[in-house]
Structure formats: structure tokens, C-alpha cells
Design a protein around this ligand. Structure first.
Ligand SMILES: Cc1ncc(C[n+]2csc(CCOP(=O)(O)OP(=O)(O)O)c2C)c(N)n1
Ligand SMILES: [Mg+2]
Length: 575
């Protein structure tokens, strides 16, 4: 039997002592790293992404010898962090393991993205032995000045909790960091001095961190205020937000929408949080930039119920959304606003449960979403934005995972209508290009039975393309679309001189990459006309293996949102 989960009975002792001894035995027989991995497993982490290193060998060994968590090797640590981020979007939690200094610093951009995008990713880092640290030895991967806590300090702004783990503190710190990460929906950082990671746990019992409670009076008052505000309103709608997905509360939100009859619209970051095929869905709301009929309805409502939405630039049509605070009812993770009145200490799940009880059914006025754009172009016609996005929209199937990279492609896909159960992921706030390719890997590992469709610009893909090799290595069969528009189109649209050389990139033979990267048997195609695209989409839809399609367009074939941003930019700079 594995050491890690062995417990032994002690008959003849009183119950308290019995439990104490059980707990002691349980912990004392486990190593520090085994304890942490066991707890992460209980949180839903069954796969850890990473790159090994000598200081992290104890962590790497423990994962590879574990029957409960799997090691997913990546090409570099940045990709591993992006993959853990993609995994956490699907599973709710994720984990990445890196070595000291060189490894963890590479991962830092990915961890920062998970912080910005509110994903609890656990970063496990192997450190030099505690003896080397105390003696201030000049060790590899250090800065050579005897200081060992620089990287621990550098991670501080992008995690909500961090600790250097010892046999004495492992139980308390692990529980504290898990509780913090789940409460704040942010990453946490565990550093393991290599000599301590394999030592037995020296703690007696696991402390309890009960789930946070709402203040009952505040909850009651907020519920009454929301019910009253909606009762007085002639028109109202819901904007369900990304934090519902982060907290797995989308189903409760959907139940509130269905019981109350309230219609809903969706903003870009919040895309697909509630099924876009739902009869109460009215379409995408992007401030004044797109979909004028949705803007007109949402902004004319007497009340707008925003639940877990974040009004960032790209989520508010570049701040063109006109929603006055007086009209808004805002439910955040831990508080509620009704108009300008704050109700503190309320957990999102509690207020949603209360509203599900309290809101009466009503036939609220709503507008119907507009139908999908027609498929235009055929044969030798070049691929334009108008011919591309409706085709991609029709290619998608229920329950697909769509990973859409920052750039013109996600701005086009964001305004298509997802099939039932399909999820759309985009790094709307952090926007670090290159994220989507490894994040698609992470999502595929997290949910291997769903089809993963990666849609990326070729510029972003060049950052992290080598990670497609892991799809083949781990038996995944994604469909990958690489939009080749000969450079950084979104940058061309947003800078002063579109043709300036920094927007040009090296031209690659993209369809040769899967073979070179070990993706044997994948369907590959280069489509430069509508006819070629139709044939490639049909084949990709049938392909039993992975599919990789380069879609070639003119350098300025931009989706409508990208063009709108371009116009706003030109107006701003009077160009
Ligand atoms: C890590 C990082 N570096 C630079 C940028 C700035 N940036 C944003 S979009 C973009 C170009 C994207 O080009 P591509 O992937 O080809 O998509 P396109 O807009 O051409 O469709 C760049 C360089 C960024 N967001 N992230
Ligand atoms: Mg491009």
C-alpha cells in the first residue's frame, strides 16, 4: 500500500485519542510534498504541468511516483503556466511546477495572467537545500550574492498567498494557502527547499478552514433591496459575468434567470458563461462599439443586474458602455451593491440562492438575438472576415472548448453564437499573446472527452507553438486554426503607421509544423480561398486525429470589433 494514504486503527483508546493518533499517523507517514500533492488532488488537481530541474527533483519524483497526480511535461515554464491556466479554467484549479529562479521566473507572466483572470493556480517551486541557503553558498540559478529570497519576493504581487514549506508548517500553510486561493480565486506559491520536501510531515492535525459565511442581516437586506428594485422596474436584464464560471455558480445563475424570467446579454470576457442558445439570451453587448440593438435595450433598462462581471476596457466596448451606477445591481464575489448602496459580507453563492427563492416569475420584456451572419464567398474567392467568421461559427459543435487568442481572431469569434454547452475562453484582461496554444493543451488535459478548438493568430502562435507537440504526446486531438494575415494585424489597426516594420513577422510554413513537432497522422491544410477553406473545414470535422489548418487572408482582413477599435483609435488621435 502507498505510504501516503495508509492509516491504522488503534482499538481500545478513547475516541478523541483515537482520532488524534489517526491524524498523527496519517501525517507522520507522509512526506511534505506528498501531503501537498494529496491536498491538491482533493481540490481537483490530477495533472501538474511543468519542466523539471535539480532543485525541484523531489517534487518531480513525487508527482511521477504518485498514483493520483500525473506529470505533464511542457516545452518551457511559460507554456506550463499557460497550460495550468487553461486547465484551471475548465477544472476550477490548476498546478504548475518549476525549478528555482530560471524556471519560476519564466512562469511568472503566466502566473500573473492567472492572477488577473482570477484563477487559482498553485505554483510549486523547488528551492536549493536549506543548508545551502543558510550558508549563502554561490549556487547555480542564484544571482551569486548569497541571497535566496529574491524570487519568493518577486512573486508576491501575482499570488494571494505564498510560503516556504517545511515539515513543521506544511499542514498549516497548505490549508491556509488553499483557503486563500479559493476565496480570492488567485494563484498561490509553494516553495520547497529540496532537502525538506521529502521529510516526513511534523504536524499533528489538519486545521479546519470553514467556508466563508455571509452576514445574515446583510444578506437579508440585500435580497429585499434587489427584489424591491426589480419589482419597481419596468424593464431589466442580467449581465452574467466570468466570475460565475470561476466559482462554478453559472448553473445557479441560470436557474435564477429561468425562474425570474429576466433576459440576459453577454459581454466579451463573460462569453458562454450561460448558454448562448438559451431562449432568454439577447446577444452580445459591447458598449457602443457593436450590436446597437443590444446596447439600446441594455442601456434603456431600468435595472441591470451584473453578477460577477468586471468592467475592463475590452469587456465594456473600450469603456463605451453607459450604465449608470444608480441603475445597477452588482453582485461581486463577496459583496453586493444596489444602486450606490453597499451590502458588505455577502458571498455570491448565498445571494444567488436567496434570489432563487425570493424572485417572483415575471414576463419581462426582451429582444431576440439577431440570426447568424450568412456564409458568403465560394470557390476561388479570397477569405475575408465576412466569409471566415460565419464559417468558423458553423464549424463549432455543442460542448466544444474554444480557446481564442488575443488578436483579431478572438474579436471575430467573440461575436459569433456558441452552440449549446460550448465554452469560449479568452485572456481578455491579461492579453498575453501566445497564451492560447498552451492553454488549449491545458484545457484538453483537463477534459479529454471534449473537442478542443484553438483559434490563434499566427503572430501569437509563433510565441508558444512548440507546445502542440504535447497534444500528440498525450493523445489529444485538437482542431487548430492559425490565422495567417502576414503580421500583427491588431497592432496595425491600433498604431499610427500600420505598415511600420515592427508589425511584420517572419513567414513560416505553418502546415509543416505538426509533422516536425511529432503530431503524426494529423490532418493539415493551407486554405487561401473560400473553396479551400470549405474543404478543409469538412475534412477537419471528420478527421479522427488532430487537425491543423492555416487560414490565409489579406493583411487587413479584420473582424468588425477590430475595425471599430481602429476607428476609435483614429478618432482619438485625429488621424
Ligand atoms: C506577450 C505579449 N507581447 C506583445 C503583445 C502586444 N500584442 C498584442 S496583439 C499582438 C499581435 C497579434 O498578432 P497575431 O497573433 O498575428 O493576430 P492578428 O491580430 O494578426 O490577427 C501583439 C504583438 C501582447 N499582447 N502580449
Ligand atoms: Mg496575424
Amino acid at each position: 500500500m502507498s505510504r501516503k494514504f495508509r492509516t491504522e486503527g488503534r482499538s481500545g483508546l478513547c475516541i478523541c485519542l483515537h482520532f488524534f493518533l489517526l491524524a498523527s499517523t496519517f501525517f507522520l507517514e507522509m512526506t511534505v510534498i506528498e501531503y501537498v500533492l494529496g491536498r491538491l488532488r482533493e481540490m481537483g488537481v490530477t495533472d501538474v504541468f511543468g519542466v523539471p530541474g535539480d532543485f525541484s527533483f523531489p517534487i518531480n519524483d513525487a508527482i511521477c511516483h504518485s498514483t493520483q497526480v500525473r506529470w505533464i511535461g511542457c516545452c518551457n515554464e511559460l507554456n506550463a503556466a499557460y497550460a495550468a491556466d487553461g486547465y484551471a479554467r475548465v477544472r476550477g484549479v490548476g498546478a504548475v511546477c518549476t525549478t528555482y529562479g530560471v524556471g519560476e521566473l519564466s512562469a511568472l507572466n503566466g502566473i500573473a495572467g492567472s492572477y488577473a483572470e482570477q484563477l487559482p493556480v498553485f505554483h510549486l517551486v523547488g528551492m536549493p537545500n536549506s543548508g545551502a541557503q543558510e550558508s549563502r553558498l554561490v549556487m547555480h540559478h542564484t544571482l551569486g550574492n548569497g541571497e535566496y529570497d529574491f524570487f519568493f519576493r518577486m512573486t508576491d504581487p501575482v499570488v494571494c498567498a505564498r510560503a516556504i514549506i517545511t515539515p513543521q508548517n506544511v499542514v498549516l500553510e497548505t490549508e491556509r494557502m488553499i483557503a486563500e486561493a479559493m476565496y480570492r480565486r488567485r494563484p498561490a506559491y509553494f516553495a520547497f527547499p529540496a532537502d525538506l520536501a521529502e521529510q516526513p510531515v511534523l504536524s499533528a492535525a489538519r486545521p479546519a478552514f470553514p467556508p466563508p459565511q455571509s452576514n445574515a442581516d446583510s444578506l437579508r437586506a440585500a435580497t429585499e433591496a434587489i427584489v424591491a428594485a426589480l419589482a419597481e422596474a419596468g424593464t431589466a436584464c442580467v449581465l452574467p459575468g466570468v466570475l460565475l464560471a470561476r466559482t462554478h455558480l453559472a448553473d445557479v445563475m441560470r436557474a435564477v434567470i429561468e425562474k425570474s424570467g429576466l433576459p440576459f446579454a453577454t459581454m466579451f470576457w463573460d462569453k458562454s458563461v450561460i448558454d448562448e442558445q438559451h431562449p432568454q439570451h439577447m446577444g452580445m453587448y459591447e458598449g457602443a462599439l457593436l450590436n446597437e440593438h443590444v446596447r439600446g435595450f441594455v442601456e434603456s433598462c431600468d435595472r441591470v443586474l451584473m453578477v460577477g462581471t468586471i468592467m475592463s476596457d475590452f469587456n465594456s466596448g473600450a469603456f463605451t458602455a453607459q450604465l449608470s451606477p444608480e441603475k445597477m445591481i452588482r453582485i461581486s464575489l463577496h459583496r453586493v451593491h444596489v444602486g450606490r448602496k453597499l451590502f458588505a459580507n455577502i458571498e455570491m453563492q448565498d445571494i444567488l440562492a436567496a434570489l432563487l427563492e425570493a424572485l417572483p416569475a415575471r414576463a419581462w420584456k426582451r429582444i431576440a438575438p439577431v440570426g447568424p451572419d450568412a456564409v458568403v464567398g465560394s470557390g476561388s474567392d479570397p477569405i475575408t472576415a465576412a466569409s471566415l467568421y460565419p464559417r468558423w461559427e458553423r464549424f463549432l459543435r455543442p460542448n466544444d472548448i474554444v480557446m481564442a487568442e488575443t488578436g483579431t481572431a478572438s474579436m471575430g469569434m467573440g461575436f459569433t453564437r456558441m452552440p449549446s454547452g460550448a465554452t469560449f475562453y479568452n485572456q481578455t484582461l491579461w492579453g498575453s499573446i501566445g497564451w492560447a496554444t498552451p492553454a488549449a493543451l491545458g484545457a484538453g488535459i483537463a477534459s479529454p472527452h471534449q473537442r478542443v478548438v484553438l483559434i490563434t493568430g499566427e503572430g501569437a502562435h509563433q510565441f508558444t507553438v512548440q507546445e502542440i507537440s504535447q497534444f500528440a504526446r498525450y493523445g489529444l486531438k485538437p482542431v487548430i486554426f492559425v490565422l495567417n494575415n502576414n503580421g500583427y494585424l491588431i497592432e496595425r489597426l491600433l498604431c499610427r503607421e500600420p505598415e511600420i516594420e515592427y508589425n511584420d513577422i517572419a513567414q513560416w510554413r505553418y502546415t509543416e509544423l505538426p509533422r516536425a513537432l511529432g503530431c503524426d497522422g494529423w490532418f493539415t491544410a493551407r486554405a487561401a480561398t473560400c473553396g479551400e477553406l470549405d474543404a478543409a473545414l469538412e475534412e477537419a470535422g471528420r478527421s479522427p486525429g488532430g487537425a491543423y489548418i492555416e487560414v490565409v487572408t489579406d493583411a487587413y482582413a479584420a473582424s468588425p470589433l477590430a475595425l471599430k477599435l481602429h476607428e476609435s483609435f483614429r478618432r482619438l488621435y485625429k488621424m
